[in-house]
Design a protein around this ligand. Structure first.
Ligand SMILES: O=P(O)(O)OC[C@H]1O[C@H](O)[C@H](O)[C@@H](O)[C@@H]1O
Ligand SMILES: [Mg+2]
Length: 561
């Protein structure tokens, strides 16, 4: 029997503009009649190359509304002439896994159902993101096209009679308007786990964890009730032989147990506490969709994401993938601490500074100029896929510990001994009023064209910094020449210290201000100092230059990293 498709009349919704990582809004917004359908139609209509004969990967982090959205997407793919949809069992696929599968099966792209690290549940957030055929988030050219379409949309195509069961792996064949249409429900973890086994030396990591060659390394992995739970279970417990108490919160929940599934010192406080109290040598947490990670050592020794990527880049000889493919270039997002730049210099490879957002790394990777990159926002990854990858980062760290037979803290101390330490901190002011924050940003922006601001000295608690340059970061992609403007105001000091202000692109309501502060120290006696103490004078100067407290009305940040 051939199923019938329908063209449904609709009207544009305001604000269907994909942000840094897709369209993120409250679940209630997505639940409005036609809202989700409109946006899915925009994705499908914006796909270059057309849909006939195409295959798409669909899956997400298991948050509330994910299954409903999967069902809608499958029906609309059928209605729009897509040939095949590959969907994770129960709609579950981590973001790195979607990227991996798009590349492995050479599909036209994929749709990821996640609001990443934002809370989930009926009163929380949902999100839809489109990834292109290289496996990475759609670039601005594509998301702008989606947005243009969303402003003029009058109809969408759907096959409402198509009922498919995504709860068990297997292939389901349909005939839709006399065309074949296939839905393949796949095991959520298999392709990803197979790939990790190619990239890393699993037996070496297993020896480390089980103590085959000495003391076992006790690890504690906290999946924060996000999508990584099944991946953690398979990889760390089953493949690498970690004991059952090594993994917690590994059952994905639609509301992440009511928490923010965000691996930082505030929202992953239970991991920090357990690491402080227990005798674990290594701890890690991931965000809702599995692309972010936080790494901790014994007694909750904190590895900043900016240092984490630099350490991985410095130790590629511990990872078979890089031994095989070499390291072509390194990169970080602009606000990320500059530790990796020093590694690139020593290794004699290119280093790139891109705007915030993983999508900016994709072209460089596709052009064979970038192997390892990271962001201060707990994102670390490589050109093995086109998303950042939390579990990959943990396996990279465990590979380094296995090869060097040492601790997390010792790895950092020896890294700083070689390169010096880039002290880094980030202050977040979440959910502020948008108007005053925009005003603050435009006043900061105005300073970049004020010649009087450069050369000015700022002093706090006996420390003086002299402004060398102020700009609003602009990036020209070396591969396709596209330009991203106004990516954050940077105040650069003559000694290489700096602070940066930008507004978050991932919040779902109000404005979140991010302030990033960094200073470089080469004196070994400073290396073990607390970053907050070392950076305090510059933090105070940044607060006073920006008049942040006046604009936001906030005396304290919501989160300090
Ligand atoms: O815009 P923000 O809230 O600072 O978030 C920035 C981050 O958002 C997501 O996680 C993106 O995948 C990252 O690439 C980006 O760094
Ligand atoms: Mg994420």
């Amino acid at each position: 029997m051939s199923l019938t498709c329908y063209t449904k009349a609709t009207k544009p919704f305001q604000g269907q503009k994909p942000g840094t990582s897709g369209l993120r809004k409250a679940v209630k917004v997505f639940q409005q009649d036609h809202y989700t359908e409109n946006f899915v139609q925009c994705i499908l209509s914006a796909m270059s190359g057309g849909l006939t004969g195409s295959t798409l990967v669909v899956g997400g982090d298991g948050r509330y509304f994910g299954k409903k959205a999967c069902d809608t997407i499958i029906k609309m793919c059928a209605g729009n002439g897509v040939r095949k949809v590959i969907v994770g069992e129960n709609g579950i696929l981590s973001t790195p896994c979607v990227s991996c599968m798009i590349r492995k099966y050479k599909t036209s792209g994929g749709i990821v159902l996640t609001a990443s690290h934002n809370p989930g549940g009926p009163d929380a957030d949902f999100g839809i993101k489109f990834n292109i055929s290289n496996g990475g988030p759609a670039p601005d050219s594509v998301t702008n096209k989606m947005y243009e379409i969303s402003r003029e949309i009058v109809e969408y195509r759907i096959c409402p009679e198509l009922h498919c069961d995504i709860s068990t792996p297997g292939t389901q064949q349909f005939v839709v308007e006399n065309r074949p249409f296939t839905v393949e429900v796949v095991d959520s973890v298999k392709d990803y786990v197979d790939y990790m086994k190619e990239i890393f030396d699993f037996p070496a990591i297993k020896d480390l964890i089980t103590g085959a060659k000495g003391q076992p390394l006790k690890i504690l992995i906290n999946a924060m009730h996000g999508v990584t739970g099944p991946y953690v279970k398979k990889i760390f417990l089953e493949e690498l032989g970690a004991s059952p108490d090594s993994a917690v919160n590994i059952v994905p929940l639609e509301d992440f147990g009511g928490h923010h599934p965000d691996p930082n010192l505030t929202y992953a406080a239970d991991l920090v506490k357990a690491m402080k109290e227990g005798d674990f040598g290594f701890g890690a947490a991931f965000d809702g969709d599995g692309d972010r990670n936080m790494i901790l050592g014994h007694k909750a020794f904190f590895v900043t994401p900016s240092d984490s990527v630099a350490v991985i880049a410095d130790n590629t000889d511990s990872i078979p993938y890089f031994k095989k493919n070499g390291v072509k270039g390194l990169a970080r997002s602009m606000p990320t601490g500059c530790a990796i730049d020093r590694v690139a210099e020593k290794k004699g490879v290119e280093v790139f500074e891109v705007p915030t957002g993983w999508k900016y790394f994709g072209n460089l990777m596709d052009a064979g100029r970038l192997s390892i990159c990271g962001e201060e926002s707990f994102g670390t990854g490589s050109d093995h896929i086109r998303e950042k990858d939390g579990i990959w980062a943990v396996l990279a760290w465990l590979s380094i510990l296995a090869a060097r037979n040492t601790t997390v803290e010792q790895v950092l101390l020896s890294h700083w001994g070689t390169y010096g330490r880039n002290f880094f901190t980030r202050y977040d002011y979440e959910n502020c009023e948008s108007g005053p924050c925009n005003q603050m940003m435009s006043e900061l922006d105005a300073m970049s064209s004020d010649p009087g601001a450069v050369g000015k000295e700022h002093t706090h608690a006996g420390k003086t910094y002299k402004v060398a340059k102020i700009d609003n970061f602009e990036y020209t992609d070396p591969i396709d020449g596209s330009v991203a403007k106004k990516q954050g105001v940077r105040v650069l000091m003559t000694d290489g210290s700096r602070f940066v202000f930008r507004l978050s692109g991932t919040g779902s309501s109000g404005a979140t201000v991010r302030m990033y502060v960094e200073s470089y120290e080469s004196d070994p006696s400073t290396f073990t100092k607390d970053a907050q103490d070392v950076l305090k004078p510059l933090v105070e100067i940044a607060l006073s230059v920006s008049k942040l407290k006046e604009f936001t009305g906030r005396q304290q940040p919501t989160v300090i990293t």
